[in-house]
Design a protein around this ligand. Structure first.
Ligand SMILES: *Cc1c(COP(=O)(O)O)cnc(C)c1O
Length: 373
């Protein structure tokens, strides 16, 4: 059999089951489709995943980040320390409230914020730190929390890729003032589009509820300037249906990652994902490093029918909205970020993979790395 006979293994495979469809149809038939009882139930059911006391559902992960910063009162004159090796939404949220993102470097062993780099950037304007749990691996919240406490800063967790990830037995989303999740179709679970903020602070939760609904708790008694970033009950019903399968999917992702680790660890020229002691990685992505000629390996894998992707080829501080006078701001010294952008390569790890798919991925990576020389 040639590779042409084999089906392509996709990089990601959004799930929509009959149960999800039935849940959506049930709400559509009820006629009560806007934010209502399904959203409330989704918030209550998702809270245990985050370990926080309150959850507030919104229409996207980006809105979760944006409203969290608004609710914390951040705005012009404030700086927020973020990684540059992330999806642009993290830094966009900072800019959307009028604050300035300050880009800190990451660690070579985790792709996540380097706490020492973060602390070196704390200044008089610093108001918050926004760690990203990239690819589903928790950032070092133990050290970052100590830094935040020392300097009186808020932590807003970008947990958009990390539903159910944990440090010890404490889930991500319960460490910062707020945790922000995304339910975009390629994330570990979805509601078509959607997001959630987790928090232990009842007053912050109230502010978030106001901000997502034009500043209203009572209709037409607007208290603050707000947005319309509500989730629909149709989306919430899909999210609730998906949530029932989240744990099983996560275990399957973790098992797939373990099988990939076992197969790939022996290949010269490939560095498998490192997971620190006590961290629960939920493998939104399974991301290897290919230190030599990553793009050739990526192209060869595509040729062999193995979906793969580079998250993220351009660090955020190099994207045009974040340039200073057309060039990266010379304040940012991010060698590990640049290295990661050149080396990172994500392979399929989604729960729909079978054992033969894993074997094929491992064999194809060996062939792709071997064929470069
Ligand atoms: C997906 C994602 C977001 C944004 O979530 P949306 O639901 O797409 O708005 C934010 N941050 C990170 C790291 C993400 O991966």
């Amino acid at each position: 059999m040639t590779t042409q006979d084999l089906a392509r293994i996709p990089a990601a495979k959004p799930e929509i089951s009959e149960a999800d469809i039935e849940a959506a149809v049930r709400v559509l038939r009820s006629g009560m489709v806007v934010q209502g009882p399904e959203v409330k139930a989704f918030e209550e059911e998702f809270a245990p995943v985050t370990g926080a006391a309150h959850c507030v559902a919104v229409n996207s992960g980006t809105s979760a980040l944006h409203l969290s910063l608004l609710a914390l009162g951040l705005g012009p004159g404030d700086e927020v320390i973020v990684p540059s090796f992330t999806f642009a939404a993290t830094a966009n949220a900072v800019r959307l409230v009028g604050a300035e993102p300050v880009f800190a470097d990451i660690r070579r062993d985790s792709f996540n914020l380097d706490p020492a780099a973060v602390e070196a950037l704390v200044g008089p304007r610093t108001a918050a730190i926004m760690p990203v749990h990239l690819y589903g691996l928790p950032a070092d919240l133990v050290t970052l929390t100590a830094i935040a406490d020392r300097h009186g800063l808020a932590i807003v967790e970008d947990a958009a890729q990390a539903h159910g990830a944990a440090i010890g037995d404490r889930p991500v989303g319960s460490w910062g003032k707020a945790g922000c999740f995304s339910f975009y179709p390629t994330k570990n679970m979805h509601s078509l589009e959607g997001g959630m903020v987790s928090t232990d602070d009842a007053e912050l939760a109230r502010q978030l509820r106001l901000l997502r609904n034009q500043g209203m708790e009572q209709r037409y008694a607007n208290e603050v300037v707000g947005t319309n970033t509500r989730l629909t009950d149709v989306a919430a019903a899909i999210g609730r249906s998906q949530l029932q399968r989240l744990h099983g999917w996560t275990e399957q992702r973790r098992a797939n990652a373990a099988a990939l680790d076992a197969g790939l660890a022996e290949i010269d020229g490939v560095v498998v994902p490192l997971v620190g002691e006590g961290l629960r990685h939920v493998y939104h992505q399974y991301t290897i490093r290919v230190p030599h000629d990553r793009d050739a390996v990526s192209a060869k894998l595509t040729e062999l029918g193995i979906g793969n992707a580079v998250y993220y080829p351009t660090p955020v501080h190099r994207l045009s909205p974040f340039l200073a006078d057309g060039a990266p701001d010379p304040r940012w010294d991010l060698p590990e970020t640049e290295r990661a952008a050149a080396e990172a390569l994500s392979l399929p790890v989604h729960p729909a993979l079978g054992e033969s798919d894993i074997d094929r991925i491992v064999g194809s990576v060996a062939a792709a790395v071997g064929s470069r020389a």
